[in-house]
Ligand binder design. Structure first.
Ligand code: PNS
Length: 158
């Protein structure tokens, strides 16, 4: 039984995140979405809200998908959840340097491998930070995030 972990801030989940998680589900038997409870940037949605959004988005996959918030080191959580591999989506070369550093650090800390999945080009420019900026300034985020996330952003910035 193969188990992969998809970690991230998910503040909020975007269509790019949804795409990477779905593709993980097509490759691995089980997927654990790991939501960092205290992202380095101050969060718009708390970890309970981010967990609830992802649970709603993936309610039809609950037999193969676990969603948890975590704090502390990702490698400790990966070991606790007994995953075989960490999976990260890569949007562009600009993501690569930092992601490579984290992947190598995680390998050196705990011997856990990271696989990179190239993001669907449709979502290559998408980030939670940009989505928040657009929403905060009253722009449309339709097509960038799932409708329930767009509604939550609208409410938060009302
Ligand atoms: O969505 P993000 O912000 O790119 O996700 C980054 C995340 C959550 C994967 C990373 O910040 C992380 O692993 N945080 C947990 C703390 C940790 O393990 N830090 C050492 C990383 S080498």
């Amino acid at each position: 039984m193969s188990r992969a972990m998809c970690p991230g801030s998910f503040d909020p989940p975007t269509n790019g995140h949804v795409d990477v998680i779905k593709r993980c589900l097509s490759i691995f038997d089980q997927v654990v979405v790991a939501i960092v409870a205290n992202p380095s940037k101050s969060a718009l949605f708390d970890s309970i809200e981010r967990t609830a959004m992802l649970e709603e988005l993936f309610k039809d996959e609950s037999s193969r998908l676990e969603i948890h918030a975590f704090s502390g080191l990702l490698v400790d959580f990966a070991q606790e959840k007994k995953v075989d591999v960490i999976v990260k989506g890569l949007r562009a070369v600009s993501d690569f340097e930092y992601e490579l550093q984290m992947a190598q650090m995680n390998e050196s800390l705990a011997g856990i491998n990271t696989l990179f999945l190239p993001t669907n080009p449709e979502y290559g420019y998408l980030s939670s930070s940009l989505v928040k900026e657009v929403a905060r300034m009253g722009g449309s985020v339709d097509g960038l995030v799932p409708p329930m996330v767009a509604a939550a952003l609208k409410e938060r910035y009302a």
